[in-house]
Structure formats: structure tokens, C-alpha cells
Write a protein that binds this ligand. Structure first.
Ligand SMILES: [Zn+2]
Length: 104
């Protein structure tokens, strides 16, 4: 995850590669803080992949022989992916804050 930190506004927020590296408050260039993906992030991607695969099977009416379980698995994996996505974001923000604290 990438974060944009503005030393002037003391503003730290997540940013994306396609977004311009500018502070959303003052428009000045911000400092980019990159936090590597953790186990939470990897779990999130894995669960999203499982959820997506199950949705695809559902759309194309592919029978995995799971019966009703496929629905539990589908929603379960997608909901858990959201939970892990939240955990990953929370953790990444903490790491970014720590780095900002160190560079100040
Ligand atoms: Zn700023």
C-alpha cells in the first residue's frame, strides 16, 4: 500500500498509483510512503480469488458438487476478504505513521 504524507499539513492518507502525488489539502508534492503487503493482504487476495472463482462457477452454472455449501463459501470468502482488507489497511496505516514519526 502507498501513502501520501504532506509535511506541511501533517496529513497522511492512502494513495493509489494512478493518483497524482500531491497533497489533497495544499496541492504540494507529498512524500510517498510504501508499506509492503502483509499476511493479511495475501489472505485477502487469496479469499477474493476463491470468492471470485465461486462466483464465476455460479454464473456459468458449473457444478462443483458442493451443494448449498458453495453459497456459504462464496459469501463467506468475500466477507472475510473484506475483513482482511480492513485489517491490512489498518496495519499499513500504523506502519506508515511509524515511518512518518521516524522521518520527522
Ligand atoms: Zn499539504
Amino acid at each position: 500500500m502507498k501513502f501520501c504524507y504532506c509535511p506541511d499539513c501533517k496529513d497522511l492518507g492512502p494513495t493509489a498509483w494512478y493518483r497524482r502525488k500531491e497533497c489533497k489539502l495544499c496541492g504540494k508534492d507529498c512524500q510517498i510512503i510504501t508499506v509492503p503487503i502483509s499476511a493479511y493482504g495475501v489472505t485477502m487476495y487469496a479469499l477474493s480469488a476463491i470468492g471470485a472463482a465461486l462466483v464465476v462457477c455460479e454464473v456459468f452454472a458449473i457444478d462443483l458438487g458442493l451443494g448449498t455449501w458453495r453459497l456459504y463459501l462464496m459469501f463467506g470468502s468475500l466477507i472475510l476478504a473484506m475483513v482482511f482488507s480492513g485489517l491490512e489497511t489498518g496495519r499499513a496505516i500504523e506502519v506508515a505513521k511509524e515511518r512518518v514519526g521516524r522521518t520527522l
